[in-house]
Write a protein that binds this ligand. Structure first.
Ligand SMILES: [Zn+2]
Length: 118
């Protein structure tokens, strides 16, 4: 994945590639010249989508931990064990982690796309 996007403007032959390959397009993330059909709605090539997916997978656990860990600490420190037996807190903690992952996934995707896209 190359990050030289705006810094090195290059003239490219656009739109029409070799006959039989269909229209060409440039990935908005890595500037690769590819058949347009391989790019997604945001103009990202499969490699960049894959890299984005990996980043989102890492990020979603980070965000989930960010939500769940303070929650777990709060339960431990505040002695909220009085409400439920300790093992019962596993359920809201798991729910918090799951929600954190869902949120984190979207946040990271949006963040990476806004940084790399135009
Ligand atoms: Zn790309």
């Amino acid at each position: 994945m190359r990050s030289s996007k705006r810094s090195t403007p290059r003239r490219r032959r656009l739109e029409i590639g070799p006959i039989g390959e269909g229209p060409r397009a440039i990935c908005r993330s890595c500037d690769e010249d590819l058949p347009q059909s391989t790019l997604d709605d945001d103009g990202w090539c499969p490699q960049c989508r894959w890299a984005l997916g990996k980043a989102a997978a890492r990020g979603q656990h980070a965000v989930a931990a960010l939500i769940t860990v303070p929650f777990a600490i709060w339960i431990a420190v505040e002695g909220t064990r009085g409400y439920f037996p300790l093992y019962a807190w596993a359920i809201p903690l798991a729910a918090a982690y799951y929600l954190g992952m869902r949120i984190g996934r979207e946040v990271v995707r949006g963040w990476v796309r806004s940084r790399r896209g135009t």
